[in-house]
Every structure is written in structure tokens, then in C-alpha cells.
Design a protein around this ligand. Structure first.
Ligand SMILES: *Cc1c(COP(=O)(O)O)cnc(C)c1O
Length: 395
């Protein structure tokens, strides 16, 4: 079945199990009982498929997990309470029986950098940072560090570099390391990391998958080799998504391919329009043939789908002009987050990259005049009109 069909059918309308919830659905029940205790005994022993306690498995979450597994061709999935929870559990799974050493992309989401530096390094995990698009540098770091894991995002934030996942998978597999991919920005419509050799794919479902700005959640899609470890770790650490959020996420996913197609098409329109605006000096968007990762983009993504994030520099802009622009917007929402149905704007120097020194930001190519847009499903003319009137107020 094609992705659009799976999005509305997979996981849903399952036959009810013989288990009886002790409270009523949405399956808020924390525990389940059976007509006889022998069945419960077999369920506890994993000898029979069934539910006993919601930290182990819950019918609502399990339906969402079946859907996610189907969308990204995994062997199984885990729905978690946030994207960060998903990344944490995925890294623990990857390193479970490997050397506790991670080669990480230097352009990761801010909280992921903090997870590595402030949580994992103090607990004895070695971390090496590399430019993930430089394959020779990745290979060298993986060999030198005898890495147990390579961690990258499919599309980086906020400069939208595209990671060569197929080549990274070859490096990881040669070295016996796990490739963990944060696929939040690309979504399963554009990229299914497990199909090209990655071992664990993670999402902040808060973003495109749920898509309506009303769910905080995460997901890990696993290959067969890591699934048992993932489920065991989850049972012990308890990073579970609540069943209400699982329900909302499943509801969101039914329209996710349609939203994402529209958002990607809108982003193409906005990116080309911004490139012609006199108040804009650079546009960051993977569609351009002269983009540094054009070859990777062409190899990994379907035609015409380049993601729905667009970043740009305001010409000769400093903080003052940037604030003028943001305050001048009438429709576009000034808020942290991305992937929602409405278009949003974010100022990285003030938010995601605030804790990084201006000098370090400049080295990363993130200027004080850089803005990031998450393009929504509105009519593109309205998005462009709002950007135009706000840009024309800057001087
Ligand atoms: C938002 C985000 C996260 C964190 O997800 P939460 O749901 O906020 O915990 C991780 N990675 C990327 C790329 C994100 O955009």
C-alpha cells in the first residue's frame, strides 16, 4: 500500500482483544484482566499476545505504534511522551551492548546537544562532533572513537543541510555501530531511514505527524535487531506517551501526507519568492541546484519534496530589524515549534541557539539576521503577502 493509504488505515479498526480494561476507552485503563489468571500469567510471560499493564503496552498506543511501524517500514515502534524522550531512549537502546561512544552531527537540535553534553557525557558516554555531510570526517571519527552509534538529523536546523543517510548507514554497518536518525524535519513522506540502512528512526511527533500544535509526543521506529532491547528499556524507564496524546497523534497522522505535500509546495513558493526580495540577502532551502547537498537531496528525497522549513537572512539586518520584521507580521505566528498547520516564525539567535556565544553562532553560519520559517497549509499568497508587508517595514 502507498503511504497515503497506510496513513488512514494502518493500525486502526483492529479486532478487540479478549482483554477487558478496568476502566473505559480511550484506553485510559492502566491494567487489564482476563477471565482466568492462567491467561494473565501467559501474557506476563510474553507467551501470549495481550495487555496487562499500560507501561508495558496499551491498546491505544499500540495502534499508533502499528501505524508508525507501517509508515517507516520498521519491525516495531515505541510512542514516547516527547521527542527528547524518544532520542534519549533510542540512544540508550543503540548503546546497550555497544561501546558507549557517539559520533554526533555538530548541527543537532539544541536540546539534543544538551542531552549529549549534560546527561550522557557525565554518565560516561564519549561524544565526538562532526560535520555529518563530510563522509571522510565521519569515517575517521567512527574509526578513531570505535563509535557505538552515529546520531544525525535528516535535515538540520536552522540551515537545512541534508545528511547522506545511505552513506552513513554503510559507514555504521561496516563499523558495527547503530545509525540513529532524527527524522522529524523530513517525515516519512520524504524519507524512511530504515529502508536505507538506519537502525532506529526517531521523531518529535509534536511537529508534522500530530501537526496541530496540541500534542507533545515522540516516537522511535526500530529495526528487528533493536526492538527487544527498546521494548525492555521502555518497560523499565517508563517514557510512555499518554493514551489521549496517542489518540490525537493517530488522528493527526491521517491527514499528515496531505498537509505535508501542501506545506512542501508552499515552502517551494515562499523560498523562490524570498530569493527575489530586495530585503533578503540569502535563502536556505534544499531545492536549489547549487545547494551544497543538492546531490544528496536528489538521491534521498522524492521529486519536488524539499521539506517545509525555509530560513533566510534579512539584508544588513541586526537584532533591531529582525524584531521590527517579527513584530510586523500579522498572520504568521511568532512561536517556538514547527510543523503545525499554521505558518510560524522563529529567531534562532534568540531561541534555539540563544545559549551559544555569538562567535560560535557565526562559526556555525547562524547570523543575528537569520530567521527560520515553518511553512503551514495556508494559501501561499497569504503567507507571501504577510512576509512582504513585514519585510518592507524593516530598514
Ligand atoms: C522539537 C524537536 C525535538 C524535540 O522534540 P520535543 O517533542 O519537543 O521533545 C527533537 N528534534 C527535532 C529535530 C525537533 O524539531
Amino acid at each position: 500500500m502507498k503511504l497515503h493509504t497506510k496513513a488512514v488505515h494502518a493500525g486502526d479498526r483492529r479486532k478487540l482483544s479478549p482483554a477487558t480494561p478496568v476502566t473505559t476507552p480511550i484506553f485510559t485503563a492502566t491494567s487489564f484482566f482476563y477471565d482466568d489468571v492462567e491467561t494473565l500469567d501467559r501474557v506476563f510471560a510474553d507467551e501470549e499476545q495481550g495487555y496487562c499493564y499500560s507501561r508495558y503496552d496499551n491498546p491505544t498506543n499500540s495502534a499508533l505504534e502499528e501505524l508508525l511501524t507501517s509508515l517507516e517500514s520498521g519491525a516495531g515502534a515505541l510512542a514516547t511522551s516527547s521527542g527528547m524522550g524518544a532520542i534519549h531512549v533510542a540512544l540508550m537502546t543503540a548503546l546497550n551492548d555497544r561501546r558507549r561512544s557517539v559520533v554526533a552531527s555538530s548541527a543537532l537540535y539544541g536540546a539534543t546537544i544538551k542531552l549529549l553534553m549534560n546527561v550522557l557525557e557525565p554518565s560516561g558516554v564519549e561524544v565526538r562532533w562532526v560535520d555529518i555531510t563530510d563522509l571522510a570526517a565521519v569515517e575517521k571519527a567512527v574509526t578513531e572513537a570505535k563509535a557505538g552509534c552515529i546520531l544525525t538529523e535528516t535535515i538540520s536546523n536552522p540551515l537545512l543541510r541534508v545528511a547522506p543517510l545511505d552513506k552513513l548507514a554503510e559507514i555504521a554497518n561496516r563499523a558495527g555501530a547503530a545509525l540513529v536518525v532524527d527524522n522529524t524535519f523530513a517525515t516519512p513522506l520524504m524519507c524512511r531511514p530504515l529502508e536505507i540502512g538506519a537502525h532506529l528512526s526517531v521523531h518529535s511527533v509534536t511537529k508534522y505527524l500530530a501537526g496541530h500544535g496540541d500534542v507533545l509526543g515522540g516516537a522511535i521506529i526500530s529495526d528487528a535487531a533493536h526492538l527487544a532491547t527498546l521494548r525492555t528499556l521502555a518497560k523499565t524507564c517508563g517514557p510512555n506517551l499518554g493514551p489521549f496524546e496517542a489518540y490525537l497523534t493517530m488522528r493527526g497522522i491521517k491527514t499528515f501526507p496531505l498537509r505535508m505535500e501542501r506545506q512542501c509546495a508552499n515552502a517551494c513558493r515562499v523560498a523562490s519568492w524570498l530569493a527575489t526580495h530586495p530585503r533578503v540577502s540569502s535563502v536556505y532551502f534544499p531545492a536549489a541546484p547549487q545547494h551544497a547537498d543538492a546531490a544528496t537531496t536528489a538521491r534521498l528525497f522524492p521529486q519536488g519534496l524539499f521539506g517545509a522549513m525555509v530560513s533566510f537572512d534579512i539584508k544588513d539586518g541586526a537584532r533591531g530589524q529582525v524584531f521590527q520584521f517579527i513584530n510586523g507580521l500579522r498572520m504568521i505566528v511568532r512561536a517556538t515549534s514547527l510543523g503545525d498547520v499554521h505558518t510560524m516564525v522563529l529567531y534562532p539567535a534568540m531561541s534555539s541557539h540563544r545559549d551559544i556565544s555569538p562567535a560560535q553562532r557565526r562559526r556555525l553560519g547562524i547570523g543575528d539576521n537569520l530567521l527560520r520559517l515553518s511553512i503551514g497549509i495556508e494559501h501561499p499568497d497569504d503567507i507571501i503577502a504577510d512576509l512582504d508587508q513585514a519585510l518592507n517595514k524593516t530598514n
